[in-house]
Design a protein around this ligand. Structure first.
Ligand code: ZN
Length: 114
């Protein structure tokens, strides 16, 4: 499955978003966090995290080799983001609506999962 994460939606520091994704990996429970936008089935056994942070997007396949580390240390160290992806601003309502609208336009089949 592909987990679509957009950190611009929550504006939290990386550790908060990482912790919440770790929880998702560990328990399979859909976290109540705004930066996890969508979960898409792609018929693959492993989880692919599609992480947007600032203007950057990275895909990270959570293999068994890194799974534990991603759960407890977070995905940022594996995702090869530049420094400016770490410092994102708290979004306002207009930015949140814009991000969600753009995502829905690009993915007409997408459900918001909530
Ligand atoms: Zn977050």
């Amino acid at each position: 499955m592909r987990v679509i994460i957009n950190r611009n939606l929550c504006g939290h520091p990386p550790f908060a978003c990482e912790q919440c994704f770790g929880e998702f990996l560990r328990t399979g429970a859909y976290p109540d966090r705004s930066c996890i936008m969508d979960v898409v089935e792609d018929a693959k056994p492993e989880v692919t995290a599609v992480i947007t942070s600032g203007v950057h997007t990275r895909e990270l396949v959570i293999t068994d080799d890194i799974r534990e580390e991603v759960i407890y240390d977070g995905y940022m160290k594996f995702a090869d983001f530049p420094d400016d992806a770490y410092e994102i601003q708290m979004p306002d309502g207009n930015q949140i609506r814009k991000i969600i609208r753009e995502y829905q336009e690009q993915h007409p089949q997408a459900e918001q999962g909530k």
